[in-house]
Design a protein around this ligand. Structure first.
Ligand code: BES
Ligand code: ZN
Ligand code: ZN
Length: 484
C-alpha cells in the first residue's frame, strides 16, 4: 500500500500536472458537512438521485476541477463508521486522480473528536482501496498517491494509517492460498512482525507441541505433512499494570479431516486462520494505541487434513490443561486447537482473555455474514468487548452459554466430546461451552467470526475476500482497558 494519508489546514492548490479531486460530505437531505465547500447543485443531485445517504456519491466536474459529494447519512446519527465509509467512498470515486482532498465535517457528533474523525477517514480510505493482486499478472493499481484530510489531525492520520496497514496484513494473510500460507510461513511472518515492532516471540515447533502437552493442536495436525506451530507474541511495556491475552484460531486449511467436508464447504477454508491473522495484525500495532497494558497474543496454527496419521473419530486427545477431549467429528477442530492456546493464556495469568475464531457454521447461520457471535463467562467483560466492537464499527451480538446445555458436550469416555446436540442444534453455543472449559475463572470473551471474517462482495471499506474483522475490536478492547 503506497498511498499516503496527510493532513492540511486548507484545501490543496490546483496543480497543472497532477489530477486532483475534492471530496465533500453531504448529510441526508443535501446539507453540506463543510460550510466553506463548493455548494451542491441541488437540481443536478435530484436528477442523479443523490440524497446524501451513506455509500452514495455524486461526481461534478462541470467547473473544470473534480468535486465529489459523498453521502454521510443522517446528521444526528453520524458515527465513526459512517466516516470510515466516507473515506472509502472518497478513494473509490477518485481512483483516476493522483491526489484526493477529503474535507473533514465542520461539526462532529458529541464524543467524536477531530482526531477520531481523521483516524476513521484515514482507515476507511486505506481499507477501501485494498486489493489483493499478488497472483494477478495485471495488477491494475489505483492511481491515488496522496489522500489529504483537510482540517484533520496529523497524529491521528499516522495512527489510522498504521491500523489500516495492520488490517490489510490480516486481509493478505487470509487471502493467500493455503499452500502459500502454511503454519511454518505464518510463524516466519509472525517473527518478522515481532522484530519490526519490538515484540517478544516464542514459537513451539511440532516436537515441542508434542512434548509440552498441546494434545489438541497436535491431534488436529496429524493428518497433514505440514508441521503445526504454536505462536506467542508479547508486548510488555515498561510499567504495565494491566494485562490482556488475544487468542486466535489458525487453521490454514480446514478440509474437515477424516470427517471430510463436501467440496462446496471446503472452497473458502483457506480463510479458517482469520482469527490468528486478526491476533497477529492487532499485535503488530498495539503499541500505537496503549502503553500501560501487557498484551499477549497466542496463535494455534495447523492444517486440518485427512492424511494417513490423522486423528480418527473416537480418538481421545489431552489438552494442555489436562482435560480430555473425545473427537467425534474431526471437522470440529477449532475448539481442539484453541483448548491449548486458551490453557496457555490462563497460565500467563492475564487479567482477561479474548479469543477470535471462525468456529462454527451454526454461528454463520444464526447471525449471517456480517455479525459475529459474542459469548462470555463474565457479563461485565462481555459488555466491555461489545462496547469496543461498537466503537470499532464491527457488529457483534451476544449469545448465551447456558449451563443447561453443558450436557450436550458430555462424553461417554472423556471429559467432553467435541460435538454438541444431534442435528447441530445450538452448535455455536456448544462450541462456546467447550472453550469455556479451558479458561478457568478468567474473564473471557469468545468471538465466533465464521460470518464476518470473509465478505462476498465490496461494501464501503470492506472488500470481497478476507475482511480483517476484529482487528479493531481487539485494539479498542485494549484501549478501553487502558482508560479504566
Ligand atoms: N471452520 C469451520 C466453521 C466455518 C464454517 C467457518 C463455515 C466459516 C464458514 C469449523 O471448523 C467447522 O467445520 N465446524 C463444524 C462443527 C461441527 C462439525 C460440530 C460446523 O460448524 O459444521
Ligand atoms: Zn472444521
Ligand atoms: Zn475450522
Amino acid at each position: 500500500m503506497s498511498i499516503e494519508v496527510k493532513v492540511s489546514d486548507a484545501p490543496s492548490a490546483e496543480s497543472e500536472d497532477r489530477a486532483q479531486s475534492t471530496v465533500i460530505g453531504i448529510y441526508s437531505g443535501g446539507l453540506p458537512a463543510t460550510a466553506s465547500a463548493p455548494s451542491l447543485d441541488e437540481a443536478r443531485a435530484k436528477r442523479r438521485n443523490f440524497e446524501g445517504k451513506t455509500n452514495q456519491s455524486l461526481v461534478d466536474d462541470s467547473s473544470g476541477s473534480m468535486v465529489i459529494y459523498g453521502g454521510l447519512g443522517d446528521k444526528a446519527e453520524l458515527t465513526l463508521d459512517d466516516l470510515r465509509r466516507f473515506g472509502a467512498l472518497a478513494v473509490r470515486s477518485s481512483s483516476r486522480q493522483a491526489s484526493v482532498d477529503v474535507l473533514l465535517p465542520d461539526e462532529l457528533p458529541a464524543g467524536v473528536s477531530v482526531a477520531d474523525a481523521t483516524r476513521a477517514i484515514t482507515e476507511g480510505a486505506l481499507l477501501g482501496c485494498y486489493k489483493f493482486t499478488e497472483y494477478k499478472s495485471k495488477k491494475d493499481p489505483s492511481k491515488i498517491e496522496t489522500v489529504v484530510v483537510v482540517g484533520g489531525d496529523a497524529e491521528a492520520a499516522r495512527i489510522g494509517t498504521r491500523v489500516a496497514k495492520a488490517i490489510c496484513l490480516a486481509r493478505d494473510l487470509v487471502n493467500h492460498p493455503a499452500s502459500a500460507l502454511t503454519p511454518i510461513r505464518m510463524a516466519e511472518i509472525a517473527t518478522e512482525v515481532a522484530s519490526e515492532n519490538g515484540l517478544d516471540i516464542k514459537i513451539w515447533d511440532e516436537n515441542e507441541i508434542a512434548d509440552e502437552g498441546f494434545g489438541g493442536l497436535q491431534g488436529v495436525s496429524l493428518g497433514s505433512d505440514q508441521p503445526p506451530r504454536m505462536i506467542k507474541l508479547t508486548y510488555n511495556p515498561e510499567g504495565a499494570t494491566k494485562s490482556l491475552a488475544f487468542v486466535g484460531k489458525g487453521i490454514t486449511f480446514d478440509s474437515g479431516g477424516l470427517s471430510l467436508k463436501p467440496a462446496d464447504g471446503m472452497v473458502t477454508m483457506k480463510t479458517d486462520m482469520s482469527g490468528a491473522a486478526a491476533v497477529l495484525a492487532a499485535m503488530s500495532v498495539v503499541k500505537e494505541v496503549v502503553t500501560d497494558i501487557k498484551v499477549v497474543g497466542f496463535m494455534a496454527v495447523t492444517e486440518n487434513l485427512p492424511g494417513p496419521r490423522a486423528t480418527k473419530p473416537g480418538d481421545v486427545l489431552t489438552a494442555r490443561n489436562g482435560k480430555t477431549m473425545e473427537v467425534l467429528n474431526t471437522d470440529a477442530e477449532g475448539r481442539l486447537v484453541l483448548s491449548d492456546a486458551l490453557s496457555l493464556a490462563v497460565e500467563e495469568d492475564v487479567d482477561a482473555i479474548v479469543d477470535i475464531a471462525t468456529l462454527t457454521g451454526a454461528c454463520l447461520v444464526a447471525l449471517g455474514a456480517e455479525i459475529a457471535g459474542l459469548m462470555t463467562n463474565n457479563d461485565q467483560f462481555g459488555d466491555e468487548v461489545a462496547a469496543a466492537a461498537d466503537r470499532a464499527g464491527e457488529p457483534v451480538w451476544k449469545l448465551p452459554l447456558p449451563k443447561r446445555y453443558r450436557k450436550h458436550i458430555d462424553s461417554e469416555i472423556a471429559d467432553m466430546k467435541n460435538i454438541g446436540a444431534p442435528r447441530g442444534l445450538a452448535g455455536a453455543l456448544s462450541a462456546g461451552l467447550f472453550l469455556q472449559e479451558f479458561v478457568g475463572d478468567k474473564p473471557w470473551v469468545h468471538l465466533d467470526i465464521a460470518g464476518p471474517a470473509r465478505a462476498e462482495g465490496d461494501d464501503g471499506y470492506i472488500v470481497k475476500g478476507g475482511t480483517g474483522f476484529s482487528v479493531r475490536t481487539l485494539l479498542e478492547t485494549a484501549v478501553g482497558r487502558s482508560q479504566q
